[in-house]
Design a binder for this molecule. Structure first.
Ligand SMILES: O=C(O)CCC(=O)C(=O)O
Ligand SMILES: [Fe+2]
Length: 167
């Protein structure tokens, strides 16, 4: 995995250098755009899926979750997976988790996220067992197809892909 990532990085650099050269862009100026200590990582967001299973492959810290307005680091643990609640589970009145990741300017951080979504022909609505006269639905019903269309058109920023479905 590490060797693959190193090779992919080299390939991206080679391709960008060639493109820059062909376009007359200064290669040194361009390289400055990709310095690790200037790369932000992933901006604050919640995942649009139901659950994200995250495997942190090495012990370089980078993932942070937002709790009561503070950013809390999620220390990688050996033989442990991180499970993130995604936006879709908000239909069950459980909040999705806002998180971000930072990069380390000297050490490479490796993590593999698997995003678990309902099937594309399903419908997003609260389960009958959790709604009633005292617990009306919080979101309007939407097809997964509509939801995914919106998801792919939106910027990775802030919380909840369900926000605009709020009733
Ligand atoms: O950097 C990480 O481990 C988290 C990645 C993440 O939040 C995402 O891909 O949605
Ligand atoms: Fe995420």
């Amino acid at each position: 995995m590490e060797a693959y990532i190193a090779e992919v990085k080299k390939l991206a650099q080679t391709l960008l250098n060639k493109m820059a050269k062909a376009l007359g862009i200064d290669e040194i100026e361009m390289a400055k755009l990709f310095e690790p200590n200037k790369v932000i990582g992933l901006t604050s967001h919640s995942d649009a899926d139901a659950l994200t299973i995250l495997f942190q492959l090495n012990d370089i810290q980078g993932l942070q979750i937002r709790k009561d307005g503070n950013w809390i680091p999620v220390t990688p643990l050996k033989n442990a997976l991180v499970v993130n609640i995604g936006d879709i589970i908000e239909q069950w009145n459980i909040s999705s988790i806002e998180h971000r990741s930072t990069v380390n300017s000297t050490k490479e951080r490796l993590s593999v996220a698997t995003f678990y979504f309902p099937s594309s022909d399903s419908e997003l609505r609260p389960a009958n067992s959790i709604i009633g006269p005292l617990n009306p639905p919080i979101f309007r019903t939407e097809s997964m197809e509509q939801y995914l269309k919106k998801f792919f058109a939106r910027e990775l920023y802030g919380k909840s892909c369900l926000e605009d479905m709020k009733l």
